[in-house]
Design a protein around this ligand. Structure first.
Ligand SMILES: Nc1ncnc2c1ncn2[C@@H]1O[C@H](COP(=O)(O)OP(=O)(O)O)[C@@H](O)[C@H]1O
Ligand SMILES: [Mg+2]
Length: 502
């Protein structure tokens, strides 16, 4: 479809930019659209960076003023409307010849026809994959955005926006896609740390429920049987060398002496109490430490979920931690999960996985010591080393500034929904490669459900309209208004019931 014609301007057409007059018949060109032109080098792809209007009658301030001094408006004296034109500014991005994509070396010529880029060309240019993860459509184009699984996840994904920007919605869309993949297309295991119980709707949805399991914080257990001493000392970073040594010895004793039997923290506490070698002062402290750990309610005889059920191809395990109110306990849980997944993956005991962490800034906070945020170390470790083992992270955050720079900068694809805070925008600009100022500025005007994708998954940053979700929304995390209306209705019904009973 022809949407305009390249014109000659004082500074163009050049390799870095050109203008074109926009056809006003048919659908108008829009800022942000991708366009193509035929050039001797091949097909040029460009992006419309700006659109403005021009009118010769209004070019000179003095003539406008002088004519209008007569008391009449310009439009009453001249046929000004006929001389108003829409002009688009565009930036050449690439040239395709045969199968090769190159940087443009020659400008288009004045008079060249400007066409709206078609789906095939856009897919090629952006590097989309017909078998990829379908997250929606390119803004102003009908082209489906199917992102290659490897490019999207292998080098980790970050999903950022203000609260209410649509992060969890987009994440649900991605989870749907992961669950719908066929074994032959490559299925990963998905593990989600669900801080608000927003994803449990999957388990109630008949389309997905046989591929999803939910574990609540209450049911989550760290198995003490065979637990490595290193893990326990990780949960208690301030143990002294002696305390750690003694605990290590007793845990090893438990492993040896109770071979074939299961045991929990209470058994370990008893062993410490009965141990004759450990000094009494150390003993008291160790018992206190272990009792504290026991109080978390996280320790049991064996792991729940077990490793086998936690990470299954084509399956998602949702860890609903909304019932765990203490941040430290949540961090313990994430830290244990992360370690368990990562270690098992490095030994190829579980399939490639993606570990989705909501509110990632709480689990890997910037500027906080590792000991103070138990899960920070493992998230950064997976971020740095995960790609070698196909252990992927998807970090979700409404506070990018507070999210570990180490972790964020290792996320090679950023999906940015609406962000309004200028500090956050700046931070994102610095941590996402290939983001120009004009693209970044658009981020603050995005509407809910619109996203900018930049990085590994796409050859060029694109704005996307996130597709509608197919899965059932969780009853929890409903908007304030809806919750208030529902509460009112329930109360009204209750009082009605009470009246009719009397
Ligand atoms: N692509 C979309 N299409 C339709 N509604 C959306 C879309 N994205 C978000 N929403 C709605 O906007 C609200 C906030 O989205 P949510 O994903 O919970 O935001 P966040 O997780 O960023 O806080 C929800 O009510 C959600 O249903
Ligand atoms: Mg959310």
């Amino acid at each position: 479809m022809d949407i305009g014609t390249v014109i000659s301007t004082p500074d163009g057409p050049s390799v870095s930019g050109f203008s074109f007059v926009i056809n006003d018949e048919g659908p108008l060109a829009k800022q942000g659209q991708f366009i193509t032109l035929k050039t001797p080098e091949g097909t040029m792809v460009a992006r419309i960076s700006d659109i403005f209007k021009s009118n010769r009658y209004f070019q000179r301030a003095e003539s406008v003023r002088e004519y209008e001094k007569s008391g009449k408006r310009m439009a009453e004296i001249f046929p000004v409307e006929r001389w108003e034109y829409l002009i688009g500014r565009a930036k050449p991005l690439a040239v395709f010849s045969e199968k090769l994509m190159q940087r443009p070396c020659f400008p288009p010529s004045p008079g060249d026809a400007v066409k709206l880029a078609d789906g095939e060309m856009l897919s090629k240019f952006i590097g989309l994959d017909p078998k990829g993860i379908d997250i929606g459509r390119i803004n102003f184009h009908e082209t489906p955005v199917r992102l290659n699984l490897t490019k999207l996840l292998q080098k980790h994904l970050a999903i950022l926006s203000i609260s209410g920007g649509g992060k969890s919605y987009l994440t649900s869309v991605i989870i749907e896609e992961l669950l719908e993949r066929k074994p032959g297309d490559g299925q990963v295991a998905t593990v989600i740390v669900d801080t608000h119980g927003e994803y449990i709707g999957f388990a109630e949805d008949e389309k997905y429920r046989n591929k999803v399991s939910v574990i609540t914080g209450k049911d989550f257990k760290i198995g003490v049987t065979g637990l490595s001493p290193t893990l326990i000392s990780h949960f208690v970073p301030d143990m002294t060398h002696v305390q750690e040594r003694e605990l290590r010895r007793i845990l090893n004793r438990a492993r040896n002496e109770m071979k074939g039997r299961t045991y929990d923290l209470t058994d370990i506490i008893r062993m410490v109490a009965e141990d004759e070698k450990v000094k009494s002062s150390t003993k008291d402290i160790l018992i206190t430490i272990l009792r504290h750990l026991r109080q978390t309610g996280f320790f049991g005889v064996s792991d729940n979920p077990s490793l086998e059920s936690l990470a299954r191809q084509g399956h998602a395990t949702i860890i609903d931690v909304s019932d765990v109110t203490s941040l430290r306990k949540r961090q313990m849980l994430v830290s244990y999960l992360g370690k368990k997944l990562f270690d098992a993956r490095t030994e190829n005991r579980i399939p490639p996985f993606v570990f989705i962490v909501e509110e990632a800034h709480n689990f890997a906070p910037e500027g906080v010591k590792r000991e103070a945020a138990l899960s920070k170390g493992i998230i950064e470790k997976i971020a740095r080393e995960g790609r070698k083992f196909n252990a992927s992270l998807c970090l979700i955050s409404q506070r990018p500034i507070q999210l570990s720079t180490t972790a964020l900068s290792q996320c090679n694809t950023h999906t940015i929904l609406r962000v309004t805070n200028p500090y956050d925008l700046d931070h994102i600009g610095k941590s996402s490669e290939g983001l120009t100022r004009d693209v970044l500025d658009t981020v603050s005007s995005l509407r809910v459900g619109e996203a900018l994708i930049v990085g590994e998954a796409v050859n060029y940053p694109i704005f996307v309209k996130v597709r509608e979700r197919k899965s059932r929304k969780s009853e929890r995390g409903i908007p304030l208004e809806e919750a208030a209306v529902r509460y009112h209705k329930e109360r009204a019904k209750k009082s009605q019931d009470a009246k009719s009973f009397m």
